[in-house]
Ligand binder design. Structure first.
Ligand SMILES: [Ca+2]
Ligand SMILES: [Ca+2]
Ligand SMILES: [Ca+2]
Length: 268
């Protein structure tokens, strides 16, 4: 027999026996115990192959018998059988956060198991089985995945083994929000009138945004007077008699900026 094999059925070459009256049967077993002459499996010609019960280092015992039922001593052959890996890996864990404000989303707990060993991981946006030549395969589990666009997206995680078997996928769905393009809205509460009296006037302005207001600025006649890291300004401004422009700028967390101004006239 060959010393190694990749199948449970191993070819047998050169099994022969002699007997004073003539060999009537041949048998190969996996047991060192001599078979009885009436055991099943005896063949009148030398078998061309033998099928083992499993893989690993194996010993085959060849026997011959004559018409009188005398069974020979065994001659042995050893073979190491390594069956090809046909069992694909299995993804045991794959999760991503339910929502993200970025196309690149973190992956938590991508793990896979295999009967032999996992040799590659890939995350795709398609439930179609990835080809082994796909550029995204990596030997370790990725820690993030970058989606192609915004919206409700599904990521599919796969694993492969050295024999090229690809697992079934495990998927995760992420809602990716559009980037913020909406400017804040500014509301003047004070001053309410376009004419004011006295050297100090109260200014009260607030801003709202679809996401969040990060910063507000207050200008008097183009000069920055106050910056707050909030969505409201409540202060007082000193001004000389005459016409003045009060301007407020509001910035959101994406740095979208809006401005609103009020022209007032101090009478005395
Ligand atoms: Ca004999
Ligand atoms: Ca496998
Ligand atoms: Ca906004």
């Amino acid at each position: 027999m060959p010393t190694t094999a990749t199948s449970l059925t191993v070819p047998v070459s050169g099994l022969s026996a002699t007997d004073d009256r003539g060999v009537t049967g041949y048998l190969i077993t996996e047991s060192a115990t001599p078979p009885s002459a009436t055991a099943s499996g005896w063949s009148s010609t030398a078998p061309a192959s033998f099928t083992f019960s499993g893989e690993g280092a194996k010993t085959a015992y060849a026997w011959a018998k004559d018409a009188a039922g005398n069974v020979s001593a065994a001659k042995t052959a050893t073979v190491t059988i390594t069956l090809p890996d046909v069992a694909p890996p299995m993804i045991s864990a794959f999760s991503m956060p339910a929502s993200s404000s970025s196309l690149t989303v973190s992956i938590s707990g991508l793990a896979a198991t295999d009967n032999v060993g996992v040799t590659g991981y890939i995350v795709t946006e398609s439930p179609a089985v990835p080809v082994l030549s796909a550029p995204g395969w990596s030997s370790s589990a990725p820690s993030s995945f970058t989606f192609s666009g915004t919206g409700v997206k599904t990521a599919y995680a796969w694993a492969r083994d050295a024999a090229g078997n690809v697992s079934a996928y495990k998927s995760a769905t992420v809602t990716i929000s559009e980037s913020d393009l909406i400017v804040p809205i500014i509301t003047f509460s004070a001053p309410t009138a376009n004419y004011v009296y006295g050297p100090k006037i109260t200014v009260s302005v607030s801003a709202s945004d679809n996401v969040a207001v990060r910063k507000m600025e207050l200008y008097l006649d183009g000069v920055l007077k106050l910056t707050v890291n909030s969505n409201a300004i409540k202060t007082s401004l000193s001004m000389n008699k005459g016409v003045h422009v009060i301007m407020v700028k509001a910035y959101d967390t994406s740095n979208n900026v809006s401005s609103s101004s009020k022209t007032v006239n101090r009478f005395y």
